[in-house]
Structures are given as structure tokens and as C-alpha cells.
Design a protein around this ligand. Structure first.
Ligand code: WT7
Length: 659
């Protein structure tokens, strides 16, 4: 548990609780009984949740765990995921209901009904088919938050092709790595994107990424910013609108096996190479839909929902696309940043569309706090009913601010713990049932089993801390790492192989009531603004620069982003000369990392050091570097090969950052 921030321990004295109002509880989707019902017969519980979907063929077995850790859920069942998210709502008479209130950053808007969405998705599906895309082919999507991103994902799902969405902020080489690993046949992107009021090119980056990428046959380009000089590769590139507008808006969806692959989504692991997390159809959609229904108390046709995530992350997959649309949501999708053109943009959108369910990340809540409570106070937020949080632990102070200044002390807050790998929410309060507690995700959902265990895999008692494990399979669980079964077993199932537990990589603690508190990662994964970045990945990017001999990276506590990336580098050759170059050299390194991985991985601070603290076996002691990065007194140095190294580091620090 060396990776925990000691500051988090202080939070566990939290004793405030907030019971649901009687009025909310009376109408809540979730019931207190569901825990016991699910406990009694877990598989029967999930089978009941699967009934929320339309199955062309019913399953013959709920769970096949005989080939653990490779799960099969709803064995023998067949369904079409896109049909479930779109067509069936139209067939049930809700074609005129708005599915998406899209808000562009410059202020343009577009409302898309379920009937329109059905036509758009059908056209796009026909377009992909015309390019020779068939079931199980991979389609990479790098798009900002525009309707085409959602339409493209659903079109893939409709024809059984797998999408691999790559966050728009990832660099060309990060995109290339993912395209190569997935062997994507098609890449879908746009000419450019609006960011903070300006149009930034996107297609040029994609071209750079794809130079010589052999698997890629076609690149589809959505026109968004409309510049004249979009670089074009004749024969490979096609305009999205030209392709799809020429297609029929009729397409008959085919039913696929419950275990048919739905998508790959890459996430950082403890090595430099991102893992392609594989999700399949029936179990995934079941849990995404159930959790969206129960955790957000979503009422179709009444609520207006808004999840502020980007589709480049799993939150966008499960809680913008699959769960909400399966539940016939009306949702806001916003293209831009929260302070463009002003810091009240989110509250203005909530007021305009009467958003009732709002799901965001602690890093953004802390940013809103910094901007000041007077900003949301200018808007009518009375439509809000439920507030959600995801991505990292939410500190009680931010939780209380969220409750008071956004939720008017009236809305239950759901702090939802889950991961790319879990596919859906696993630990969260249930609004209308749970007495919520600032800072704690509290309790596994009905049908989910999680435990906090010690090193030996034994569950710790109340007040005890250890590792978070998932001790029973769940419907939305990953089905593996794309192309690497061994890494799948090794990463998640080897730490507690004797017990057969899934190792989540998070530290956790039970408080005196038995509620779960998440304490952050226990591996070499950092969490910056709710985004997972591995220390190794950033270290590799640094040493790929000609001036760097060695690098060590740590996640240091940051008041806004949760963690900030702090790098320690040893420069090559004539260090004195490099140091003379000073800040310019450090800025160049920061930009280099941003270029190699993406702006989200840009170190907050880089310190040039003469040595790195290592154990006798050569392992870098990140704990000591974190002490330096967080301006703490340096901890125990007795296991260092050379104990004078820390003095050397502390004395000759040369660092640079934006601040
Ligand atoms: C890691 C997963 C799940 C979608 C967003 C991130 C951390 C996530 C919480 C929470 C404390 C949280 C964990 C987890 N995390 N939600 N409510 N409380 N920590 O998905 O990129 O796969 O990251 O995010 O450390 O392991 P991801």
C-alpha cells in the first residue's frame, strides 16, 4: 500500500450522512430489497435485468464461468445492440422523442429524435457495408463530441463490426499504436474540431498517424469546421457526408450472439503498451442499461440527462451511448470545454434544456469551485434531481460543494466507482435508497460483489484497508485484452489467483459502517483529471528524447486534477551545458511528451536531477520522489543503494512548469 496518499486517511472520519427525501424514495427506480434479491440468486437477478432488452433469441444459460477468467453471459442469446438502443424505441411509438440535444461549442445546436437517429445510423451502417466492412472488422474512430461520433459507434454495433474509439486529444503516434494493435480497416475522423473558441485541425494529425499503416483501407472524414485546405489522400479518403447521404435510410439489423465482440477500448496499464480492453454485447448492454436506470433513477420521457464525459473514454461508451440509449434517454451532448465562451456554460445548458440528471468528474467540480459559487448561482438549476461523479475519489469538500451549490441541497449524489475493464458502474449509492456519505462510493450495487482484502487475500474488517477485488464475475466485465490472453490473466487474475479474485489495482478501505472508500491506484498508474496514464508510458516518451538519459515519473497530489505528473530526468552528456540551456530545455521536454502521447500526459513539472533513487536491485523508489514532488520531508531511505542520492537530488533541483 505504499502508493497511497496519507492525506486520504484523514477523510475516513467522515460521519455526515444524507438520507433521501421521502418524495424521492417513493418514486425511485431502485429499491432497498434489490440487494437481498440479488444476493439470493445473482444469476436470476441479472437475467431479470437482461429482460429489459430485446432479444431475438433468448439465452439458454445465464453465466458460463467454466473457462474462467473468460466469462460468457446469456449463453446462446442473440440480440442487436443498436436495435436495442434505437429502433425498438421507434417501434414502440417514441420516434418523435428527442434522443440527443446536441450543443456545439460555437453555439450551433441540433436536436435528433429517435426516428432521425434510426435513419442516420442505418445510412451509416449501409455506408460501412458499401466499403466492405463486415462483422468483427475493426473501425477506429477519432472524433470530437459531435453526433457523428455516436452515429458511427452505433453503425458499427449494428453490423457487428467492432469500434475502437481513440480520444481526440491523443497524439498521432498514440493513434497509430492503437490502429496497428487493432488492425483497423477503417478510420473515422473529422476535418477539425472547435476547442476554446478556435478551430483546430484534426485530419492532418490522422494523416501523420496513418502514414504507412497497412491495415487501413479507407478514412472517413466528417466535415465540422469546414476549412478549405483539408489534406486529402485520394483513393483512401472519403467525406462522411458524401458516403452516407448516398445511402438508403433503411437497414435491417442482424441479431448477433450475446458474446459477439462490441468494442475495443485502449487504456493505460503499468507497462508502456496500452491494453485493448475487449467488451462484448449482451452482458455489457444489460449492466450498462440496468446501472443507468438504477444509479441515475432515469425515467424515460421525463428526465433530461447529461453526462459530460468524452466518447474517447469508457464513461462516454457506457453512459452516453449504450446504457442511456438502451433506456430511451433524452440527453444533452456538448461539444466543447466548460469555460467557452464563459465559465457558466454548463449551468446555462442545464437551465436551457432543464437537465435533471448530471454526471461529471471530481476534477471538473474542483475547477467549478475555483471559478466560484457565484457563477452557478446566476442560473436556474432547479431541474436537477440526481448528481453523479466518476473517475477518481471525490474529496468530501468537493462533494459538499457539489451538493450545495449545484444540487441545492436536494439532489442525491452518486459517487460511482468502476473502470474501463468493468464496463459499467460497480460500487455506488442508489438514489432514493442509500444514505449518502461525502467521499465514499459506499457499497457494491445489487448483483455485484466486491471486497477489500489484505496481501494474503483475506477480507479485512471494518476500519481496515487493503486492495479492492471483485470476487464474482459480472455481466459487463471485460472479456480479455485484445490479442493477449496471457496479459489478461497476468494483469487481473494473478495477484489473487488462489482465490480467483479480479484485482482492480485500487487501494480501498472499509469505514466503521462497512462502507467502501476508494484510495487511489496501488500500481504505477496515475490518475490525472480522471484519466489513466501509466508512469512507464511517460518515462518512455521522455527517454525517447535525445537529451534524456533516464527518467522517473510520479503522480503527485494536485488540488484540481487529483494527481499531476511530475518527472525527474537525468540528462545525457554535458549536464552543465544542458542546465545552462535551462527552462527552454525543460519546456521542450514537456512538449515532447505532449507530442508523443497527447496533451493530457504533459508533465506538470520536470526536475533535472543528477541521480535517481534506486534500491540495490535497481528499482526506482518512486515513494521518495513523490515526497520531493509533494514538498514533504523525505521518507525512509535505508533501502537505497546509495543513501546520499536524495541529498543530491534535493540540493541541485532545476525544474520547470507552467505555473
Ligand atoms: C480508475 C479507472 C470509470 C470511468 C472513468 C475512469 C479510478 C474511477 C472512481 C471513483 C475513486 C475512481 C480508479 C479506477 N476511479 N471512478 N468513483 N472513486 N476512484 O475509468 O480510466 O478505466 O480508470 O479510475 O482508480 O481504477 P478508467
Amino acid at each position: 500500500m505504499t502508493e497511497q496518499s496519507p492525506a486520504l486517511d484523514n477523510l475516513l472520519t467522515e460521519s455526515r450522512t444524507f438520507p433521501p427525501s421521502e418524495a424521492f424514495a417513493a418514486k425511485a427506480n431502485a429499491t432497498a430489497d434489490s440487494y437481498a434479491e440479488a444476493n439470493e440468486d445473482r444469476e436470476a437477478f441479472w437475467a431479470r435485468q437482461a429482460e429489459r432488452l430485446h432479444w431475438d433469441t433468448k439465452w439458454s444459460q445465464v453465466l458460463d464461468w467454466s473457462d474462467a477468467p473468460f466469462a460468457k453471459w446469456f449463453v446462446g442469446g442473440k440480440l442487436n445492440v443498436a436495435y436495442n438502443c434505437v429502433d425498438r424505441h421507434v417501434e414502440a411509438g417514441h420516434g418523435d422523442q428527442v434522443a440527443i440535444h446536441w450543443v456545439g461549442e460555437p453555439g450551433d445546436t441540433r436536436d435528433i429524435t429517435y426516428a432521425e437517429l434510426q435513419r442516420e445510423v442505418s445510412r451509416a451502417a449501409n455506408g460501412l457495408i458499401s466499403l466492405g466492412v463486415t462483422a468483427r472488422d475493426r473501425v477506429a474512430i477519432q472524433l470530437q463530441m459531435i453526433p457523428e461520433a455516436i452515429i458511427a459507434m452505433l453503425a458499427c454495433a449494428r453490423i457487428g463490426a467492432m469500434h475502437s474509439v481513440v480520444f481526440g486529444g491523443f497524439s498521432p503516434s498514440a493513434l497509430r499504436q492503437r490502429v496497428d494493435d487493432a488492425q483497423a480497416k477503417i478510420v473515422i475522423t473529422s476535418d477539425g474540431q472547435y476547442r476554446r473558441g478556435k478551430a483546430a485541425p484534426m485530419k492532418a494529425n490522422v494523416d501523420e498517424a496513418l502514414a504507412g499503416a497497412e491495415s487501413v483501407e479507407k478514412v472517413l472524414v466528417v466535415r465540422r469546421t469546414g476549412e478549405d485546405d483539408v489534406p486529402w489522400n485520394n483513393g483512401r479518403d472519403l467525406w462522411w457526408h458524401e458516403l452516407v447521404e448516398a445511402q438508403s435510410d433503411q437497414h435491417t439489423p442482424e441479431a448477433f450472439d450475446s458474446e459477439h465482440p462490441l468494442y475495443i477500448l485502449y487504456t493505460s496499464g503499468t507497462t508502456g503498451k496500452p491494453k485493448g480492453i475487449l467488451h462484448t454485447s449482451g452482458g455489457y448492454l444489460t449492466q450498462a442499461a440496468y446501472t443507468h436506470h438504477a444509479v441515475f433513477d432515469h425515467k424515460p420521457g421525463e428526465d433530461v440527462y447529461w453526462c459530460t464525459a468524452d466518447i474517447g473514454w469508457v464513461t462516454g461508451h457506457s453512459y452516453i451511448v449504450y446504457g442511456p440509449l438502451a433506456n430511451r434517454v433524452t440527453q444533452v451532448v456538448y461539444e466543447g470545454t466548460p469555460n467557452t465562451p464563459h465559465e457558466g456554460r454548463h449551468w446555462e445548458i442545464i437551465q436551457t434544456y432543464k437537465v435533471s440528471l448530471y454526471y461529471t468528474a471530481p476534477t471538473l467540480i474542483r475547477t467549478f469551485m475555483k471559478w466560484g459559487a457565484d457563477i452557478p448561482a446566476k442560473y436556474d438549476l432547479s431541474s436537477l434531481r440526481v448528481l453523479g461523479s466518476v473517475g477518481e475519489p471525490i474529496n468530501p469538500e468537493a462533494w459538499m460543494w457539489y451538493r450545495e451549490h449545484i444540487g441545492g441541497n436536494r439532489c442525491p449524489i452518486v459517487d460511482t466507482w468502476w473502470q474501463t475493464e468493468t464496463g459499467s458502474i460497480m460500487i455506488s449509492p442508489l438514489p432514493g435508497v442509500t444514505h449518502t456519505k461525502p467521499g465514499s462510493a459506499q457499497r457494491p450495487l445489487p448483483g455485484i460483489s466486491a471486497k477489500v482484502v489484505d496481501d494474503a487475500g483475506n477480507e479485512v474488517g471494518k476500519g481496515g484497508g487493503g486492495y479492492l477485488v471483485l470476487d464474482k464475475p459480472w455481466p459487463g466485465m471485460l472479456r480479455g485484452i485484445w490479442g493477449d490472453d496471457e496479459r489478461y490473466r497476468e494483469t487481473y487474475w494473478s495477484r489473487f489467483s488462489e482465490q480467483g479474485y479480479y484485482f482492480a489495482g485500487d487501494g480501498a478501505k472499509y469505514d466503521a459502517d462497512g462502507d467502501v472508500w476508494l484510495l487511489g491506484r496501488v500500481d504505477d498508474v496515475m490518475n490525472v483529471s480522471g484519466h489513466r496514464i501509466s508512469t512507464t508510458e511517460v518515462e518512455s516518451a521522455l527517454v525517447s528524447h535525445p537529451t534524456v538519459a533516464e527518467a522517473a515519473v510520479v503522480g503527485a497530489t494536485d488540488p484540481t486534477t487529483g494527481q499531476g505528473i511530475v518527472a525527474f530526468v537525468i540528462l545525457r552528456g554535458d549536464v552543465a551545458e544542458d542546465q545552462a540551456r535551462g527552462d527552454a530545455a525543460i519546456q521542450e521536454l514537456r512538449n515532447h511528451v505532449s507530442k508523443e502521447i497527447g496533451p493530457i500526459a504533459k508533465p506538470r513539472q520536470i526536475m533535472v536531477v543528477p541521480e535517481l533513487p534506486k534500491t540495490r536491485s535497481g528499482k526506482i523508489m518512486r515513494r521518495l520522489l513523490r515526497d520531493v514532488a509533494e514538498n514533504r520531508e523525505i521518507g525512509d531511505v535505508t533501502t537505497l543503494a546509495d543513501s546520499s542520492v536524495m541529498d543530491l537530488i534535493s540540493s541541485g533541483l532545476k525544474s520547470g512548469s507552467d505555473e
